[in-house]
Design a protein around this ligand. Sequence first.
Ligand code: C5P
Length: 394
Amino acid sequence: MLSLKRILLIVDGPGVMTHTASLVTSLLRQGVAMRVALTESARLLVGDYFTTMLSGTPLIRFPEISEKILGDSDAVLAAPVSEKMAWLLCEDDWLAKWKHVKGPVMIAPAFLPQEDNAEVRMMLSSRGGGAVQWLMAEDETTDMGSLGSLDVASPERCLEAAMTAMTKQDLAGKRILITAGPTVEDFDPVRFVTNRSTGRMGVALARMAAWRGADVTIVHGPMTWPIPPHGGIHACPVRSAQSMYDAVMARVAYMDLAILCAAVADFTPINYSNVKIKKQKSADGVFSLEMKRTPDILDSIGHASGRRPFLVGFAAESDHVQAYAQAKLESKNCDMLCANDVTKPGSGFAVGTNQVTVFKRDGSVVELPQMSKEDVARRVLDIALEGMSHRAAN
Ligand code: C5P
């Protein structure tokens, strides 16, 4: 179900030029409506129309924030703000105002990189008496062109925190393991066999689960799609099918749900050459690579004895989708299988959308329409959650 979200963004100082532009556009991309309040110093730099045009709503001049605006907001995000402003937002009169907001108030203070301010950061993050969440800079800096740079939680991290703050936490307390991306099978120091997976579907699953409060471990091969900076997502990078198998098996018994979405190589070269293989070796112009089967991770979990998580597989098919998917669900002994026809436009590798049909253990089938990978992830998690509670009840 579509849930409409509203956020109040408070911005102070020079960070408005780059950080705000990026944050506002990414919040809009997630369908979040917003009001932006700029302080005098931020307005001086970008003028009154900058954020109005970006956000599509009239600018608010800080501190003229009405009770109505606060009450209409699902969250408040003050990012980036100066240290002085961060202290101000924790004073009693502001703490009283924050009570009107439906959800959390988050503050991302910005510092100049050369400042030695570890103590200030410590003191700040204990302010607010639990009424505010602090988003402190880790090793991020925001570039401001000739004005230099700022140490502040990145727009990406602010976005993840904001989306989590505004999403129903129906996966809180759940531990979820996701495999994603391709695997890479090396056969000499510079050559390998891999596939076209970017990892985008797996990252979407990890992200949507983390927004809903889950503790997510993503075991992934080398991906071209970035993992968002979210405190609830723990990345475990691997390379080969065997290393993915080892990493998954070491963790899976502790999980409530495992979604295996990686495009694991089915075969790996039998021999590895420590030196680069010379092309002269093949006098007839033919090079043969002998390969062997890799361990099937999904199948191994499906047939493991003892406690195992609710198990979801993905299957990319190019023909007979229904028949192959049903057979895979049975043979790999999983609880749910999400199949997609990779020959269909807008479905499968390296595109932003996917069209998935979910096959369940009770024989029922849910055909999802073509949607963004984030929306597919949301629906797959809904169906898995339903299956998990059904399994717990029986
Ligand atoms: O048999 P097929 O490769 O089509 O099965 C796809 C599903 O099995 C996916 O969930 C994939 O992540 C998983 N798989 C695996 N280990 C393999 C091969 C596939 O976990 N070696």
